[in-house]
Design a protein around this ligand. Structure first.
Ligand SMILES: [Zn+2]
Length: 168
């Protein structure tokens, strides 16, 4: 979790925080919520799309396409934006696969993530890796790659197999 050394409102030095930060001087609170992300799998002909990360953290590992949500952004809008940025594809959401908890190392802190994962289909475009994606792969639905960027993806891939069996 993030740990503020000073109150972001009044600058008073602070102690270690747990669920939230509360300043002992000005009394203001800062929520320490998990950070929301949105991701999606496209499934076509028994295969799903996954990317290889171009940047740290976890450069070179397999990762779902997606990313952190902007302030006030709905996860469905977030994943449509991320897909466009990372693959050039315009997508349409078909289903919510699940919501997964995980941890993410960021600027020296271990922060909690709240990951919304969708199933989507391609509306238009040709997949081309860009932004923080190095390359794109189509894997058989039965194939879970070693070297996944984040623990929650393994659980999501298991759920994806279940979803595929039910819907095909
Ligand atoms: Zn303060």
């Amino acid at each position: 979790m993030k740990n503020y050394k000073f109150c972001p409102y009044c600058g008073n030095p602070s102690k270690k925080q747990k669920e939230f930060f509360k300043c002992t001087k000005c009394g203001k609170k800062v929520f320490m919520n998990s950070h929301p992300t949105a991701s999606a799998f496209i499934v076509e002909n028994g295969k799903y799309i996954i990317s290889k990360r171009a940047i740290e953290p976890k450069k070179g590992t397999y990762d779902v396409i997606g990313g952190f949500l902007n302030n006030g952004e709905h996860p469905e809008a977030g994943i449509i934006r991320e897909f466009k940025e990372e693959t050039g594809l315009t997508i349409k959401i078909i289903d919510l696969l699940g919501v997964y908890m995980d941890k993410y190392e960021y600027q020296g802190d271990l922060v909690s993530t709240l990951n919304f994962c969708y199933i989507a289909e391609i509306v238009k475009g040709k997949a081309k890796p860009q932004d923080d994606v190095a390359s794109l792969y189509w894997f058989q639905i039965s194939n879970t790659p070693e070297n996944l960027a984040f623990t929650w993806i393994k659980k999501a891939l298991k759920d994806l197999r279940g979803w595929y069996q039910k819907n095909n």
